[in-house]
Design a protein around this ligand. Structure first.
Ligand SMILES: NC(=O)c1ccc[n+]([C@@H]2O[C@H](COP(=O)([O-])OP(=O)(O)OC[C@H]3O[C@@H](n4cnc5c(N)ncnc54)[C@H](OP(=O)(O)O)[C@@H]3O)[C@@H](O)[C@H]2O)c1
Length: 258
């Protein structure tokens, strides 16, 4: 029996960055799971969240879209306060926010010549910081005695022990920082939210906007459709128990080195 789903009550879940890519895939998957009660899905801009908003319209009242920027401390504080006032609790959070490149300035660095301080900070702002802000602000919602999982989508390239190729300085370092922040959170949660398992997960290379420019050299069987990634990661999440808190797992459930 899965630790997360061992409670007979439907669980309350949150997907951060639910408007596209892997996050939207989790929303579709969890909506089809009757063990999930309320599902919150966050997005930043309405014009980039049409699929999510349509799902919410057609899917009854289980899916609640929330306009929220997970990099924004005060927006998170406000949302947490709203949920606490509604006497909500949370059992599953998956943070899917991340950036590798953007249309303007951010491109993964191939060499030290391309290092730029402001762009490095952008990587940290988007890839490292939201999870720990979420852990801080939503901690009251995880203070209960029902089994829960707080997962952050990290990346294997954030593993220092597994870095043999180099390059991608900002993305790698920001995911390594995410891993450290979540490992540290797991220690504090073990005292304050002792039923919550905190993990980082590597999804495998997945066919989304994020990987699109880098898919050329990926063998077809190593490029997962979003549905496959989500299915595999949900399997990993269902196999978790509290002994796994503070660890970093790949899509096939194998532990990854820091
Ligand atoms: N795809 C892969 O092959 C792969 C491999 C390893 C790890 N990952 C990780 O998996 C996670 C999901 O990636 P994905 O492939 O689903 O990417 P994606 O399709 O590009 O989605 C990225 C998500 O992050 C949000 N986001 C981007 N910039 C943001 C910002 N400045 N502030 C707040 N939110 C921002 C996006 O929201 P907006 O639409 O509002 O920008 C969107 O919800 C990321 O953490 C990524 O690093 C992906």
């Amino acid at each position: 029996m899965s630790f997360l789903f061992s409670n007979a009550q439907p669980l309350q879940a949150v997907i951060i960055g639910a408007n596209r890519g892997i996050g939207l895939g989790f929303v579709r998957h969890l909506l089809a799971d009757s063990r999930v009660g309320t599902l919150y899905g966050t997005y930043r801009h309405r014009d980039r969240a049409q699929d999510l908003l349509q799902l919410a319209q057609s899917g009854g009242d289980r899916l609640i879209p929330v306009q929220l920027d997970a990099t924004n401390d005060s927006q998170l504080a406000q949302w947490s306060q709203t949920l606490t006032q509604q006497r909500q609790s949370l059992h599953l959070l998956i943070n899917c926010v991340g950036i590798l490149h953007d249309a303007d300035q951010i491109q993964p660095e191939k060499s030290l010549r391309q290092i730029d301080g402001d762009r490095l900070l952008q990587y940290f702002r988007i890839n490292s910081i939201p999870s720990v802000l979420l852990a801080k602000h939503l901690m009251p919602l995880f203070r209960h005695n029902q089994p829960s999982v707080f997962a952050s989508i990290s990346a294997k390239v954030g593993s220092i022990g597994d870095n043999y190729l180099g390059g991608w300085y900002g993305y790698r370092a920001s995911k390594a920082a995410l891993n450290m922040l979540m490992h540290t959170t797991a220690i504090e949660y073990s005292r304050r939210c002792p039923q919550t398992c905190v993990v980082c997960l590597h999804p495998g290379t997945t066919d989304t906007d994020l990987s699109q420019p880098f898919q050329r050299n990926v063998p077809p069987n190593k490029l997962f459709p979003v549905e496959k990634t989500v299915h595999q990661l949900m399997q990993v999440i269902e196999d978790l128990n509290l002994d796994h808190s503070g660890q970093f797992f790949s899509w096939d459930g194998s532990p990854l080195p820091w």
